[in-house]
Design a protein around this ligand. Structure first.
Ligand SMILES: [Zn+2]
Length: 326
């Protein structure tokens, strides 16, 4: 393809992605049709108290609005705008997350874990909806359709739709579980690991399947079960930081060994696990200004190179050369 055409295509693609990101969205809950506000993926009370004594944090987001040919960047942002997504209307946002937003909320209860996970799942669904809108607009664009590889875009689109089906399964299970609280027959298994106080936070759901299994995944029409996902939440509190890892109990056979091995880990091994999860699995996270200056900035360039290629097999299986949590 000639270079000018390629550049023009990149420019159009960039504008279409921006439009998909900026599009207003409805509340994600049930059939609520009220426009969503910017919901936080981590409870904002703690973000402010622990990460942002000066009202600001540094954030990184590998999926956001990145100009063509550039890498994601750490950005200093006001704490109110950090780690947000177009999630819920203000009424539902306040109602649902009140147990983790109130002063002195206990972050180590099963209910809190479910709420952290619910936010992570809804954020991931929203990200996929944005990508779907972007891909569809690429396919429908009158000036692009002759010069893009339509089959690649369509395959990407199918991948996102499958991903949403899996996430909807987890969403339904979490909502059922919240509705049944307090119950003793739990559908999710969580482990909370207590780390020293680190002013970093982030939250995500990710696939823990092999690349081969993911490639042959056809959940939905054929009635196959969804992929094994893990939920991770790095939540700072006053004197410690919680690393919370969870999964749905229907995937016991794929997770129980990993979970029992967590018990054997010492502090430094847990920190290195948290570092791995943060760098490889959490696409958007935040840290305090001081943490950024001391730990991130010295390795920032190397970090961004790594971070800009998430989800590739080689990257996931690699030993990380940087450890910002040590
Ligand atoms: Zn609503």
């Amino acid at each position: 393809m000639d270079l000018n055409l390629l550049k023009r295509n990149q420019g159009i693609s960039f504008e279409l992605k921006k439009k998909a990101i900026e599009k207003s969205r409805k509340c994600s809950l049930f059939n609520c049709t009220t426009p969503s506000i910017l919901s936080h993926t981590i409870q904002k009370s703690k973000l402010k108290e622990i990460l942002a004594p000066d009202g600001h944090v540094y954030t990184i987001d590998s999926t956001g609005f990145i100009e063509v040919g550039t890498l994601s960047k750490f950005k200093k942002v006001g704490v109110g705008n950090a780690l947000t997504f177009k999630g819920f209307c203000s009424v539902h946002d306040n109602q649902i997350f009140q147990p983790v937003e109130r002063i002195n909320a206990d972050f180590t209860t099963y209910e809190s874990f479910l709420l952290f996970s619910f936010r992570a799942v809804m954020n991931e669904i929203r990200k996929k909806e944005i990508i779907i809108d972007w891909f569809e607009s690429l396919l429908n664009h009158p000036k692009l359709h002759v010069s893009i590889n339509k089959e690649n875009v369509k395959a990407g689109l199918r991948g996102q739709l499958l991903g949403i089906q899996d996430l909807k399964y987890v969403e339904d299970e979490i909502l059922n579980e919240i509705a049944r609280l307090p119950n003793h027959n739990r559908s999710f298994v969580y482990k909370v690991l207590i780390l020293p106080s680190i002013p970093v936070c982030g939250s995500a759901i990710y696939n823990e399947e092999s690349f081969e299994d993911m490639a042959s995944h056809t959940y939905g029409p054929n009635g196959e079960s969804p992929l094994n996902s893990r939920l991770i939440h790095i939540i700072p509190d006053l004197n410690s930081t919680y690393l919370i890892i969870g999964y749905h109990s229907s995937f016991n056979n794929k997770n129980s060994q990993f979970f029992s091995e967590l018990e054997q880990r010492d502090n430094s091994s847990l920190l290195s696990l948290a570092n791995d999860l943060l760098v490889k699995r959490i696409e958007s996270w935040a840290c305090s200004t001081q943490f950024y200056l001391e730990k991130v900035r010295p390795v920032e360039e190397e970090f961004l190179r790594l971070f800009s290629h998430p989800n590739t097999k080689r990257f996931m299986e690699s030993q990380l050369a940087i450890n910002i949590l040590s």
